[in-house]
Design a protein around this ligand. Structure first.
Ligand code: ZN
Length: 175
């Protein structure tokens, strides 16, 4: 596996935490006493918040703070970031906050992705809806990204999952 040595420890750490989190929550789910419904929703709500925060931080870091669509990177004071860790399969439907269901996108392209204005094919190439009316005098228009390769993490094991992208193409993308 072709790790870049600078990132190796960071990425290993992320993977380990992600993995142990998965194990922990599986175990926790089995231990939950479903007879006490007053307590359990709060537990799972708190766990969801923490897990989603971890997801966002990890995904953005893996993509080095850049939008996978357009490459934009803007950070202010080290903690305000123009890119988001976006869920490929919506969290509200799948509750899947594994990093493989994530992609780093700027605010514009996060929204456009969620709306199905663009998607990604099985070679990680961008496909754009053909009915966008677009004026973009100072930046490359979205439709000109059609056929370009998505900006991907350096390590293949962190690439977004094919199955998730396929789901997005079939259920969200509006050609
Ligand atoms: Zn972007």
């Amino acid at each position: 596996m072709a790790f870049f040595s600078d990132d190796e420890n960071k990425i290993e750490g992320i993977l380990q935490v992600n993995q142990s989190w998965q194990n922990y929550s599986d175990k926790e789910d089995k231990q939950i006493d479903y007879s006490n419904l007053d307590i359990n929703p709060r537990w799972s709500f708190r766990r969801t918040i923490v897990r989603n925060a971890f997801f966002r931080i990890s995904v953005v870091r893996i993509y080095e703070n850049r939008c996978a669509f357009c490459g934009l990177k803007v950070i202010k004071n080290g903690n305000q970031n123009i890119v988001d860790g976006a869920h490929i399969k919506p969290f509200s439907q799948f509750y899947d906050s594994r990093i493989h269901n994530g992609i780093s996108l700027c605010k514009n392209h996060h929204w456009a992705f969620d709306m199905g204005w663009f998607s990604v094919d099985n070679q990680y190439k961008i496909i754009i809806s053909n009915d966008l009316e677009e004026v973009s005098p100072h930046a490359k228009p979205m439709k000109d990204f059609h056929g370009e390769k998505l900006l991907l993490p350096k390590t293949e094991q962190l690439f977004p999952e094919m199955e998730a992208l396929e789901w997005h193409r079939q259920n969200i993308f509006k050609a």
